[in-house]
Design a protein around this ligand. Sequence first.
Ligand code: AMP
Length: 223
Amino acid sequence: MSINVVILGPPGAGKGTQADRVAGTFGIPKISTGDILRESIKAGTSLGHQVQAVLAAGQLVDDGLMIEIVKERLARADTQPGFILDGFPRTVTQARALDRLLATKGLTVLAIEVPNEALVRRLTNRRVCQSCGLNAPPQASDTICPRCKGTFAVRPDDEESVVRERLRVYERQTQPLLEFYGARPTFFRIDGNGTPDEVYGALETVLGPVRVGRSSATKADVR
Ligand code: AMP
């Protein structure tokens, strides 16, 4: 049985960090649409040119383009055992498209919740490896990435005014997904206010049973 997971949450909720751990534990690829877009910008591809200004402004890339990117990515063989999507869907249109792509395959949706002021603090303080995207605290700016030996820097869209715009965009365009998925038995709200280990513990509590095929019998909010 495959483990198909969507991790939802506002910017700074820890989606990327948690998705990395889930991917490692469950042997499934993490598919981060933000990483895909940033890689295209770095590589100077036509997609990169197309989306650069949108990312810099903290706005969302066009639904049609994002759906196409995810459709191609999910068609690759490494998604056979499942996948964890980080940053997609971000609109109800994208969520409907994902349902169509998955057809009868199951989907577990994890929504990480963190209050807004904590998010601004986290995002404006973090540093991100320019090569592999690993997150680190501010003092890491002078150090070498332990994972890939790349260098850390502030992500351009982590500047405070852009962060606040990203949060507004989240509330307007992505928060409606909580209602879209809310009534499904495989939708779980996770308290994201703890340490990364605590949050991961909550995620594992939900995903453990999914791995052994009991996903729809375990509906409960994990706090
Ligand atoms: P993230 O790394 O997930 O915070 O994404 C960084 C930026 O990439 C977002 O602020 C958007 O501009 C863009 N982006 C990533 N995923 C999507 C998506 N599913 N739909 C639209 N834009 C996206």
